[in-house]
Design a protein around this ligand. Sequence first.
Ligand code: AFP
Length: 328
Amino acid sequence: MTQQKLTILDKFITEKPEFHSAKPNEICSILKAVEEASKAIHETINRAGLVDILGAAGSENVQGEQVQKMDLYANDRFIESLKKCGHIAAIASEENEEIIQLNTTGEYLFATDPLDGSSNIDVNISVGTIFSVFKRDKTGETSADEFNRFGHEQILAGYVLYGTSTILVYTCGSGVHAFTFDTKTDVFALTNPSIKTPENGSIISFNEGNFNTVNKGVQSYITYCKELNKEGKRTHTGRFMGSLVADFHRNMLKGGMFIYPATADAPEGRLRLLYECNPIAMLAEQAGGKATYGTQRLLDIKAQHIHQRTPLFTGSKNMMKKVLQFLK
Ligand code: AFP
């Protein structure tokens, strides 16, 4: 195997002036903090079972879900790294009921699910960190209301996928770029610049266990996906890992559709707007796909509180066009 000559993340972001209202050195510093925290998480996840990090921590988060030891570890790493970076005023994290104040002089707000899909760690399935950044228009102590913004106001969004390799994917509003963590050289190197998602796809990601609890429109679309073609062959393939970052990443690269609609158990949807759906929707659009909460664009929702939930439909342009016909 020959080692490829690849651009490293730090060099790429300083040389690519695509930050709109944000200053390149500030974005660079925030991404470096993300890099630092995710390297620590990568290392610990890879040693899960060898070190005491598997299983539940014995508490519930604000959503009433079991907190995993790894959730707390990941949350602490992000808080630590973002505090050091100096540009983040406050964090809204899935793991904390209230926002976490970091620096009164910070110019940005950071929303994160530090470890999404963490119930999968015990069975060695991919998990991810999801993050979203807004620019502030004031300084001083942050109020939780400052996070009540439209998704289209995000200036940086991304995720880190801890999978067969660890990949950091981000967008600053002009393209989606992916960097793979090189454990030999300890850097994230550009492996997939300017990702464009296929306009068509055949993957459908939906938790079938929810079928009888979703509305008729979603049911009809799922039934449509199961129809056979004239040759009696399937037209779609089902893939759902229960790990949003992994499901989205696969669909973005291969072409597909991820659906987590409102259900009887979760009438407002299961996924969180600020730190799951907003960043995923920005990435989807930047890669040429679409994201809605039904028939409307997801990035046009104005958040009302930091742990707000929303339905999510995201994927390839033509698949999204099709699902919308069923939702009307
Ligand atoms: P956990 O972080 O609690 O494992 O939840 C993962 C997640 O937020 C998202 O990654 C999945 O797509 C979704 O929940 C799966 O939810 P269901 O188990 O209800 O299908």
